[in-house]
Design a protein around this ligand. Structure first.
Ligand SMILES: *Cc1c(COP(=O)(O)O)cnc(C)c1O
Length: 424
């Protein structure tokens, strides 16, 4: 630990480790940590996990749930399981998620395919519903899958992409959106929380601006679902998609969720017309007639095993309250920023995320030319951030599973690794 020449900043007083322990002791959500496998019983192979925003940790309840499902659900119920529960599971879990974390009333949220495939289905449904309009608005710093897909849709449908040049250390502003939308805009696709900088876009204002132009908006919630409250219904959002293996701890490759505003459901249709989206699934008629309900956005047989684990995190979010989850998330990133200012700024590191917690989600990015090597060294030491070009070490702090002492330990490891690598 450093000897301070001057008094440490208030957030780190009297010293960082004591400050971390005091924050843990005062954390109203601290008890949730022990519900994750490997935490508290000392069996976790990881000292500090800063990547819960890429792949969340498993809960103990999910491990039990999946084991029980294999034996009792699949093993005992066999094909009867579809009638008894599984046909409705994508919608039951969607409703739970909508209520707990997305501000979405029942009947609008479902668990579907991967985020990539759901983005395709919903973006195509949106542009096909406004055939007289010729433009899709997106930004240069959105996640690759979002940009690649929209490029494909534009080619497929003869549409034009209108790019917003996003600041990679911030994100897309309402002013930038207002400057490009117009009578030719069919669809605007943006991330609520930018995957690189953590910038939190103004979902309410941007949605209103898009609607004023007569267009539809599709929000990518991958980095907000489960850490930042989303008010889909209150903001009158049209469409949204998001990952469940990030803050929702659904496990590697768990299927994504989609949201379609109730006022749009009967009027838009997606292009992958499979039997599971049909009005009468078992009629098996000669041609496709989409279901009247949110079911029309399903295509094939739902991945039931993959959607089990997220249930336990959705239940925890509902128990804790998404506002409390967000409050802890802000406290975690504020603490990480204070540690970065204290330990890493003197080593040449800069914060590539908004400093105002109101304008950022659950992760921060720290920039330095050595961060690729730093990340590799840290992984060998069981401290797990991730690396994003250019020069960014991403610190993702999953609110229910991360403690303040863990943040302190991990940030000290970043400081030490950077010190070693830059002194060679
Ligand atoms: C993680 C992420 C994805 C991932 O999509 P997959 O289909 O699950 O691979 C898409 N978009 C954004 C913004 C993401 O952060």
């Amino acid at each position: 630990m450093t000897d301070f020449d001057t008094a440490p900043p208030a957030a780190l007083s009297p010293d960082p480790l004591s400050a971390a322990r005091a924050l843990d002791a005062a954390d109203p959500l601290a008890a949730f940590r022990s519900r994750f496998a490997g935490i508290d019983d000392g069996s976790s192979a990881v000292t500090a996990y800063f990547d819960g925003n890429s792949l969340g940790r498993p809960t103990r309840a999910s491990i039990d749930r999946i084991q029980r499902f294999l034996v009792e659900g699949w093993g005992d119920r066999l094909i009867r399981g579809w009638d008894e529960e599984w046909m409705e599971l994508p919608f039951a879990i969607g409703d739970d998620l909508g209520r707990a974390a997305l501000g979405a009333a029942a009947g609008q949220t479902f668990i579907g395919d991967s985020t990539t495939v759901l983005l395709y289905k919903l973006a195509r449904a949106a542009v096909d519903s406004l055939p007289e309009r010729s433009e899709i608005v997106l930004d240069t710093d959105n996640f690759p899958t979002d940009r690649y897909l929209l490029d494909g849709i534009a080619r497929e449908r003869g549409l034009r992409l209108v790019w917003i040049e996003a600041d990679t250390e911030a994100g897309v502003t309402a002013e930038q959106v207002a400057a490009v939308v117009g009578p030719q805009t069919a669809l605007v696709v943006l991330s609520h929380v930018a995957y690189r900088s953590g910038f939190l876009a103004d979902l309410h204002t941007i949605t209103r601006i898009v609607h004023d132009a007569g267009a539809l908006v599709l929000w990518d919630l991958c980095h907000s679902a489960g850490s930042v409250p989303v008010e889909l219904d209150a903001a009158d959002v049209d469409l949204a998609v998001g990952c469940t293996y990030k803050y929702l701890n659904g496990g590697p490759g768990s299927p994504a969720f989609g949201y379609v505003n109730a006022r749009l459901i009967p009027h838009i249709s997606q292009p992958i017309q499979g039997w599971m989206g049909a009005r009468d699934v078992f009629l098996m008629g000669p041609e496709y007639v989409p279901a009247d309900s949110i079911r029309r956005f399903l295509s094939g047989t739902p991945p039931i095993v993959g959607m089990l684990a997220m249930r336990d995190t959705i239940a925890m979010i509902e128990e804790a309250g998404i506002a409390a989850v967000r409050a802890k998330s802000v406290a975690l990133t504020e603490f990480a920023v204070a540690l970065a200012d204290e330990w890493l700024t003197p080593l040449g590191v800069t914060l590539a995320s908004p400093r105002d917690p109101e304008r950022r989600g659950g992760h921060i990015t720290l920039s330095h030319p050595a961060m690729r090597e730093v990340t590799a060294l840290l992984w060998q030491r069981d401290v797990i951030p991730d690396y994003r070009d250019p020069d960014g070490l991403r610190v993702g702090l999953s609110p229910l599973s991360t403690g303040f002492e863990e943040v302190c330990t991990g940030m000290a490891a970043v400081r030490d690794a950077l010190g070693e690598l830059t002194h060679d």
